[in-house]
Design a protein around this ligand. Structure first.
Ligand code: SF4
Ligand code: SF4
Length: 461
């Protein structure tokens, strides 16, 4: 006669339970519930069992994703926290002092220029700067950047991950940046909005990263046409707390490539994210691009939580729970922001003797340059001032061209965000009497036109 064996009831090893609740869902007899009490060894609240009504169906054991979470009673194990000293022996000597592994520049042969889109130029610049870890959630009009990196990075021993969302993207970047590795993402305005909490965390923890925001029409979903409506956001609204980042505004595909290389250098120099603001037109526009004469093989900074012996003991954190400590961290961050002013950059065109100064960045700066040429042909002393860093704003460079200027005209594809930056920075720099200011603005995906700029300047000249 065949012998029957009783099925075992479940037993729980709380230290292996992650509190997912799957076992609760499958138990038809209501034998399992959340405990609400945190296990001091794991920091997680495991479930609790009451097996009075249990019929030993085994469903909870089968459904538990943890190999040692729920086991049959017969196989029940006891969890004994192990003393690391017994397992690995006593620690000998002091922990190693982390040492930076230096990066290096590798010379590149001269090549023919390429004709590529701004988005591709940013991706190529990032790869030449040594970025091998790109995370993203594709969004028009930035997607070509991610697309190119998805093709190339696996061949370069790198990593492209399409994250589940922009929130996940920025947090993947946090982890990679913590290991001291160059990391980046491409996004566009609504995606950028979703990333700001993570950017604030990265600023708090002092982590370098590059975020390319190919700006599109807003607010909200807006459209996929070019706008410059994230200037205020990038310069003044990078998440909660005392947050700023260097914000670069290229105006040609060549400059997109050059600045995306520089962005990594700046991000590591200051241990802070760097934002590259590209308008949707520039992201999609093709232009002639020369490759630089070198590429960068990045090293590992001293502070990185990298997996080698020297860096393993490092810790990245922005948790300062006492008021005194958090104030000190913010003072250090403010001092860092002040030092970033040394990297404020600008470009100008015929601004030396200009009486009417156009101020513009991104694609509107190209349009304005054409307008300056037209106006000079008409005998009007016009010039262009183009901030390359929108934050920190190159106010000292602007002040140096102001003496001859009688009027400023801000040309932009937003409702006045660049003009607001300009007024605020002049005011903060103590320039009380600045020239009369007017503007040529378009929004919603419309760009200011060269003829509109010329007509406006003629009307005020
Ligand atoms: S063995 Fe079956 S009845 Fe018993 S606790 Fe698990 S799911 Fe519930
Ligand atoms: S399924 Fe396993 S890990 Fe999830 S709550 Fe139940 S015992 Fe814990």
């Amino acid at each position: 006669m065949a012998q029957t064996k009783e099925r075992p009831k479940p037993s729980l090893i709380p230290e292996y339970c992650k509190g997912c609740g799957r076992c609760i869902g499958v138990c038809a007899r209501g034998c399992i519930a959340f405990s609400g009490e945190i296990n001091h060894l794991t920091g997680i609240a495991p479930v609790v069992l009451d097996l009075e009504k249990c019929n030993a169906c085994g469903l909870c054991i089968d459904t538990c994703p943890e190999p040692y979470g729920l086991l049959g009673l017969e196989q029940g194990l006891h969890f004994e926290p192990q003393d690391p000293a017994k397992l690995f022996g006593e620690k000998k000597g002091a922990a190693p002092v982390p040492v930076a592994i230096p990066g290096e520049k590798v010379a590149l042969p001269k090549t023919e220029p390429m004709v590529i889109k701004g988005n591709y130029a940013a991706a190529i610049g990032a790869m030449l700067a040594g970025c091998r870890h790109m995370y993203g959630y594709p969004i028009t009009p930035s997607s070509e950047g991610a697309e190119l990196m998805a093709k190339f990075l696996p061949k370069l021993n790198g990593w492209y991950l399409q994250a589940v969302s922009e929130v996940a993207t920025i947090n993947h970047m946090y982890g990679t940046a913590g290991a001291g590795l160059p990391t980046m993402t491409f996004t566009s305005s609504p995606g950028f909005s979703l990333m700001v909490e993570g950017i604030s965390y990265m600023i708090g923890a002092g982590l370098p990263a590059v975020i390319v925001n190919v700006m599109r029409g807003g607010p909200g979903l807006g459209n996929i046409a070019p706008e410059q409506a994230d200037i205020k956001f990038a310069c003044r609204g990078l998440g909660h707390g005392n947050t700023h980042a260097i914000c670069l505004a290229p105006s040609t595909p060549q400059e997109v490539l050059d600045l995306s290389m520089d962005a990594f250098e700046l991000a590591f120099k200051y241990r802070n994210p760097v934002i590259i603001l590209v308008d949707g037109y520039l992201g999609q526009m093709t232009g002639k691009v020369n490759l630089p004469d070198h590429l960068v093989k990045p090293g590992i900074p001293e502070w990185a939580v990298y997996g080698d012996k020297s860096h393993r003991g490092n810790l990245i954190s922005s948790i300062d729970l006492t008021e005194v400590d958090l104030e000190k961290r913010n003072e250090r961050i403010c001092a860092k922001y002040d030092s970033m002013k040394a990297d404020a950059r600008a470009d100008s065109f015929m601004a030396g003797d200009a009486e009417i100064l156009l101020v513009a960045c991104n694609t509107p700066a190209r349009i304005s340059k054409g307008a300056v040429q037209d106006l000079r042909d008409m005998g009007i002393k016009a010039g262009l001032f183009r901030p390359i860093t929108l934050w920190p704003f190159p106010v000292e460079q602007l002040k140096s061209v102001l003496p001859s200027v009688k009027q400023i005209v801000v040309v932009e594809a937003s409702a006045g965000q660049l003009e607001n930056e300009l007024r605020l920075e002049l005011n903060k720099a103590g320039v009380e009497k600045f020239p009369k200011m007017s503007h040529v603005r378009r929004m919603g995906g419309m760009l200011p036109q060269q003829a509109d700029v010329v007509a406006h300047v003629k009307s005020i000249a």
